[in-house]
Design a protein around this ligand. Structure first.
Ligand code: AMP
Ligand code: MG
Length: 532
């Protein structure tokens, strides 16, 4: 399709009130859902990476000219129908109410309607300052843009609900970043990612008008979200607002269970980074578990309290849902249905988690709930007890056969043999650990035997939920290091590998290995700051 034929239907900006002030300087914006904002026209933008799947999704020809794509998706050139704007929202940051935040470096281009009639919002991240930029510049560094581009597509292919990424464009200009906030600012390459999602509405969009007592705007938001994104819930009224809340609770529970399944740590679960559609949004200092450690967070800003650590994400999502529920209260005017939404989250997340653990282990029949929970907990404790690579563990577990697991003559040592490669520090495997893991494996074998589990089909099933390839922190960092030197080969290679994360792809085995020792404490690999 010719780019000029792309059809835009900008529901968000057509339906909701615009900020009448055209000035582009940092300020508080009241009684408006967004401000008009013009992307900066970078002189020589260059296309660095492109997702043909996302292009097809929105109706762009995957063979489109790279220079045209670079101009369009850096914001230099606008298509007819694009009406760029920045959204106004607030949020809780690290548990504290932060007031107005808004799209400080995101500029929405509009909503494309594809041939199936689906709306896809296009959003540039890093295309210049908006009224919500506060003291920052509105730009993004290449390193964080590579991380967002690669991870959003990797997450999609893993089956995790997420915003997508269409393009990664180098702006041709430098940005100044003090990566570790230690007074050593450096010039970095600037970039823009074009993100794509059915909607970029966040919890914070409801919170800001609620905090200001602007019930008219709050209602407009809720009505818009309901009719555009949850039309099945009916016309706006107290009951449908509550039903929408319950639906957000359900979607959020599923998103978090997926994160737990693949070992993803978001890193900044502030309420402004929570999507109303339960999509993973705003890839900042996120990370992937190498060794299973529920206490781990990659975010240096959160290093002390670890509010957003891996094992705390479900609780934080719940806390965030409470904030959304409070914001919606003036519309629902009844606590009961909101509490029901919260209860639904807890129940649904619990069930999802049990189901997910069964799927990861290839178990088909649910056991007695408490017994199952104890069995799964014991495994999680074992994984954390010695440094165990989570991704490798589940793939190795899938290779085991019931006969060996159930053979009473098998020693602990030989039972653990197939797992040998999952351990970071083999010297940590003391006798006590071996015995405990041996017992767990035998218990596992019995479970499988009870349901007459056949080895081959079980392995295939397990390998469909336990990825072989995840975007390990050090892999993304290696791609960044190369791209900084002008070599995009690893960026492109990882992008391809991550499209089939559950497949063996033996030619890419070297991207499926344990984190190398050099990456243990290296910036970008184990620690990331919010500076981006
Ligand atoms: P984050 O934690 O990345 O979600 O960012 C929190 C807030 O800061 C959001 O309102 C962002 O739009 C804004 N922000 C982050 N980085 C920049 C930047 N370089 N320029 C302008 N605004 C930014
Ligand atoms: Mg954000």
């Amino acid at each position: 399709m010719n780019l000029l034929d792309l059809k835009f239907d900008n529901r968000f900006s057509n339906s909701l009130p615009a900020d009448p002030n055209p000035e582009n300087r940092p300020r508080q914006v009241h009684n408006a859902a967004y401000s008009w904002a013009t992307p900066k026209a970078f002189e020589s933008p260059q296309l660095m990476a492109f997702s043909p799947e996302v292009a097809e999704l929105v109706g762009i020809n995957p063979a489109e000219d790279p220079a045209t794509l670079a101009n369009l998706f850096s914001g230099k050139q606008l298509l007819p129908g694009m009406q760029p704007y920045a959204m106004c929202y607030g949020g809780h940051q690290f548990g504290n109410w932060a007031g107005q935040l808004g799209d400080g470096r995101a500029i929405n281009l509009g909503e494309v309607v594809n041939s199936q009639g689906d709306h896809w919002a296009l959003q540039l991240k890093g295309a210049g300052a908006t009224p919500y930029s506060r003291t920052a510049d509105g730009y993004a560094a290449l390193r964080s843009s590579i991380r967002e581009f690669l991870c959003s597509e990797a997450m999609f292919h893993l089956g995790v609900p997420t915003t997508r990424a269409l393009t990664l464009v180098a702006t041709g200009e430098k940005v100044v970043r003090d990566m570790f906030y230690d007074g050593r600012p450096q010039l970095e390459i600037g970039a823009v990612v074009c993100r794509v999602a059915p909607s970029f509405i966040r919890f914070g969009q409801f919170q800001l008008p609620a905090s200001r007592g602007d019930l008219a705007l709050l209602k407009q938001f809720a009505d818009f979200t309901l009719t555009s994104h949850f039309p099945q819930l009916g016309e706006p009224c107290s009951e449908s607002y509550a039903a929408m809340f319950a639906e957000v609770c359900r979607l959020t529970a599923e998103m978090v269970a997926h994160w737990e399944r693949v070992g993803f740590v978001h890193g900044v679960m502030n309420t402004d980074n929570m999507s109303i559609l339960g999509l993973t949004i705003d890839y900042g200092p996120y990370g992937w578990l190498d060794n299973y450690d529920p206490e781990w967070t990659p975010n240096t800003t959160d290093a002390e309290r670890r509010r957003y650590r891996f094992g705390h994400q479900a609780e934080i999502a719940l806390w965030n849902l409470y904030q959304l529920g409070s914001a919606l209260y003036p519309l629902v005017e009844d606590l009961k249905p909101l509490e029901a939404g919260i209860a639904l989250y807890q129940r649904h997340h619990g069930e999802q988690r049990q189901q997910m653990m069964r799927a990861k282990l290839g178990i088909e029949t649910a056991g007695e709930t408490t017994a199952d929970s104890d069995f799964f907990d014991e495994l999680r404790q074992l994984l954390a007890a010695v440094e165990t690579d989570m991704t490798l563990f589940y793939r190795a577990l899938a290779t085991m056969d019931v006969a060996t697991l159930c053979d009473s003559k098998t020693t602990d040592e030989s039972l653990l043999q197939p797992l040998a490669d999952c351990y970071y520090r083999p010297e940590q495997l003391g006798e006590q650990y071996m015995q405990r893991m041996g017992n767990w494996l035998r218990h596992y074998g019995t479970r499988l035997q009870q349901e007459n589990s056949a080895d081959q089909p079980r392995q295939a099933r397990m390998n469909r939920v336990n990825p072989k390839y995840v975007l390990r922190n050090y892999l993304a960092q290696l791609a960044i290091d190369k791209a900084d030197q002008g070599d995009l080969s690893l960026l492109h290679e990882l992008f391809e590998v991550m499209k089939n994360p559950y497949d063996e792809q033996p030619e890419f085995d070297h991207h499926a290995g344990k984190r190398p020792d050099w990456a243990r404490q290296r910036a970008g690999c184990s620690m990331l700051s919010c500076s981006s």
